[in-house]
Design a protein around this ligand. Sequence first.
Ligand code: NAD
Length: 488
Amino acid sequence: MTHTAQPTASHFINGAYVEDTAGSEIACIYPASGAVVARLHSATPPLVEAALAAAKAAQPVWAAMSGTERGRILRRASDMIRERNEDLSRLETLDTGKPLQETLVADATSAADALEYFGGLAGSLTGEHIPLGGAGGDWAYTVREPLGVCVGIGAWNYPTQIACWKGAPALACGNTMVFKPSETTPLCALKIAEILHEAGAPAGVFNVVQGYGDVGATLVADDRVAKVSLTGSVPTGRKVYAAAAEGMKHVTMELGGKSPLIIFDDADLEDAVGGAVLGNFYSSGQVCSNGTRVFVQSGIREAFLTRLTERLKTVVMGDPLEEATNFGPMVSEAQMNIVLGYIDKGLEEGARLVTGGRRADLEGFFIEPTVFADVTDTMTIAREEIFGPVLSVFEFADEGEAVARANDTSFGLSAGVFTRDLTRAHRVIGQLEAGSCWINTYNLAPVEAPFGGSKLSGVGRENSKEAIYHYSQVKSVYVGMGPVDAPF
Ligand code: NAD
C-alpha cells in the first residue's frame, strides 16, 4: 500500500483489518497509468467464515439497539465521510480512474447522503396498529423486523456509493452485512467499514471481504445469509438470483441497462445536449442508468449532432487527479478492450461515426468520447450494454414510434424525455418500461428517490423509503381479546 489514506489490509472483519496472504492476489491498478497502487488478497475460506460468523453474532446485538441509537452511528459515519471527503475522493479516483472533479462531488458525498438519510429514518421504522372490531375488540399489530445477515456484492463503477447504498439501509433496519467489493476496485469499501466502526458500529456489523466471483458465490450460498443485494451485470444477476432462490433468500438486483433518452423537436437544445452528455459521458460512460440510445426527432437532429460535437470538443482528458480533468479512462484494460470491440462492431455494421471512436493517445485506458449516428435498432451497439463512452443517435418521426422503439429492449433500468410539452412528457414517461426515469434532465440519483430497474435490469429498489421494504420484513400479530370461538 502506497497512499497514506489507503486501507491497511485486504479485509475488514469483526471490527479490524485482517490479512491472509494465502488468498490469490488482487492487484489494484490505477487506470490512468496502469500502475499497481495496491496488492490485496482474495479472502480464504477461514476469512469468509470469520466474516459470516462475526455478522451473525453481531446482528442480534445491533438489532437490540434502538433505531435512534443505530441512526446516530450512521449519521456520525456520514459526518466523518464528509470531513474526509478529499482523501476518500482521491482513493476513489485511484480505485476507479474517475476524475477527482467527479469523485469530490459524487462518490463519498453520495455515500454520506445514504448514511445520513437512512440514519434519520432508523428511529421511525415502526409497525401498524390494526383494529379488528368484534365483541372483544380484537386487534392486530405489525412489527418491522430486520432480515438478519445481508450480503452486498458490488460492481466497479461506484465502489464507495454502492457500499453505502446497500450498507446504510441494511444497517438502519437492524441487519448486519458482509460486503464484497468488485475485484477491480477493492479499496474504497474498506474505508467505509473502518469509518462505520470508528463511528461506533459494533464489531461485526459491517464487514468487507475481497474476492472474485467465487467468494461472492460462497457468501450467497451460506445458510446464515438472509438477503443478497447485487450490483452487477445481468449474467451475474441470473446466477446470484438462482443461488439465492435455493435458500429462498431475499434479493435486490441492480443490473445493467440500455436505456432510451427521447429528445423531441420542441426540447431546449442546450439542455437536451447537456442531458445526453450526463447520460453518456459522466464517469466515461460507466454508469448503469446511461441513456445510450438517444432518439432524436427529425426536426432537431442536425442541430443536436452539431451542438453535441461542439461541446465534446471541450472535454479535458488527462490525469484524473488533476482537478481540471473532466474525462477519465476506462476502469481497466479489459473494459477498454470490450468498449473498443463494440466501436469496431458499430463501424462494421454501418453506423456513421460522428466523433471519437479511438483509444486516446495517452498513458492509461482512455477512449475518446464517441458518437454514432444513423444507428438502426437491430445493430449490436443498439442492443447490448457497452458500458463505455459510446452514444448512439437514432432518428424518429413521431411520439408513438419513439415509445415503441424505446421499449424494444429486454432491459428496463432507466429512460428520459426532453420536451417543453408538459402533457407529452408525462404521457411518454407513463408508457416507458423503466424503473428510474427523468424529464428534462438525466442521471440524477438522489437518495430520497427510489432507484432500480424493471425487466432484465433488476428486482427491488435502492434508496428512499422503498429500500426499507427490501431490508426488513413484517411480522403480523393477531391479539385475541375475548373468548375463543371454536366449532368443537
Ligand atoms: P459483474 O456482474 O461482472 O460483477 C459484479 C460483482 O459480482 C463483482 O463483485 C463480482 O466479483 C461478483 N460476482 C461475479 N460472479 C459472481 C457469482 N457467481 N456469485 C456472486 N458474485 C459474483 O459486473 P461488473 O462488470 O463489476 O459491473 C458492471 C455491470 O454492473 C454492468 O452491467 C452495469 O450496468 C451494472 N451496474 C448496475 C448498476 C445498477 O444500479 N443497476 C450500477 C452499477 C453497475
